[in-house]
Design a protein around this ligand. Structure first.
Ligand SMILES: Nc1nc2c(c(=O)[nH]1)N[C@H]1C(S)=C(S)[C@@H](COP(=O)(O)O)O[C@H]1N2
Ligand SMILES: [Mo]
Length: 330
């Protein structure tokens, strides 16, 4: 059974580094070294010198860019929330793999305008250079799709910087897609090809995985837009707090921005409207509630975000379920 070293490298397994608990998410901008790392088939070796990005499919003029040509285009800088949807095998589990970072890169809609999208096109397929085994089957690449309608909203980037520094290898060097307001799974790292298509992509990552059941129907829905969600940063779980006014604060986010956050200090029996800070571009938003505990003893704290459409967080059984933690009042 002879195997080349190439093959051995290609079957490296899943990478999943989760670095911060909610109580450690104190910074508005998540430092790059604290950012979670997810890769289904390991981290490929790539280099800027040999790298090219092909844009083709249903376009009038296919485009090929090298790293230098990508960098020579106008640079856009964008702060956005970045969220992993959690394990594709367990789509109703809340994992709170969330960060808020700044990407630097090139506007994808402008590039596609230059290529000229054909009238019948509906989706954009994105190919990563990583390949190997996933779910017991050999995958030729990491292939995802987004609807072209998302591009019309703007802010979709081909990013080559993270928090002002070159994209680290594990985060997609030389360049990656960034789709703000969509789950991280769609932001393809080690990007090599973009294909304009007239249907959804047929990879395991777009068909078998990353499609949610729509409750009460037989239908499924692609894991694209993120849902309204929030978490409490402070106080931390199991903290002992003094029986005087304290601030309960955390982060709230959604694809379109958060309209309101409610906080409960009695395990969800009653809710109080928190103050919600501004959104920077597509960032998460700070919320804060001044709490005056009325008695000593244990309390369960919760937060619940609502977006402009009135959608909010289920109490349980969902990826964006309400986060709850216990504290003790001294
Ligand atoms: N090429 C490629 N891109 C990928 C993945 C992958 O396995 N391969 N994982 C996706 C998933 S599930 C997430 S959550 C994000 C994580 O991005 P990060 O590791 O830079 O935080 O990358 C996405 N892009
Ligand atoms: Mo993910």
């Amino acid at each position: 059974m002879a195997k080349t070293s190439q093959t051995a490298m290609a079957i490296e397994g899943m990478v999943r580094e989760i670095k911060l608990e909610p109580s450690q998410m104190t910074a508005q901008l998540t430092p790059a070294e604290d950012l979670f790392v997810l890769a289904h088939m390991g981290i490929p070796e790539t280099s800027a010198e040999n790298w090219t990005l092909d844009i083709g499919g249903h376009v009038q003029t296919p485009i090929r860019l090298n790293y230098e040509q990508l960098m020579a285009r106008p640079k856009r800088v964008l702060e956005t929330v970045h969220q992993c949807a959690g394990s594709p095998m367990n789509p109703t589990l809340a994992t709170r793999r969330i960060a808020n970072v700044q990407w630097g890169g090139v506007d994808l809609a402008e590039l596609l305008d230059e290529a000229g999208i054909s009238a019948n096109a509906t989706h954009l397929w994105s190919y990563g250079m990583d390949h190997g085994k996933f779910a017991g089957e050999v995958q030729e690449n990491y292939l995802k799709d987004i609807p072209l309608s998302r591009l019309a909203e703007g802010d979709v980037l081909i990013a080559y910087e993270l928090n002002g520094a070159p994209l680290p290898q594990k985060h997609g060097f030389p360049a990656r897609l960034v789709v703000p307001g969509y789950f991280g799974t769609n932001s393809v790292k080690w990007l090599s090809r973009l294909e304009v298509a007239d249907r959804r992509a047929d990879s395991i990552f777009t068909t078998r995985f990353y499609n949610d059941a729509v409750p009460g129907t037989e239908d499924t829905r692609p894991v694209w837009e993120i849902f309204p969600e929030s978490l409490i940063v402070a106080p931390a779980p199991d903290a002992v707090v003094a029986a005087e006014e304290i601030e309960i604060w955390g982060w709230a986010w959604s694809a379109t921005g958060v309209e309101r956050v409610d906080v409960s200090t009695d395990g969800g029996d009653s809710w109080h409207q928190a103050e919600v800070g501004p959104r920077q571009q597509r960032s998460w938003q700070r919320f804060s509630y001044q709490w005056s505990p009325s008695a000593a003893g244990g309390c369960t704290l919760m937060s619940r975000a609502t977006n402009a459409d009135g959608a909010n967080q289920p109490l349980e059984g969902a990826r964006n379920a309400v986060y709850a933690l216990d504290v003790a009042v001294a």
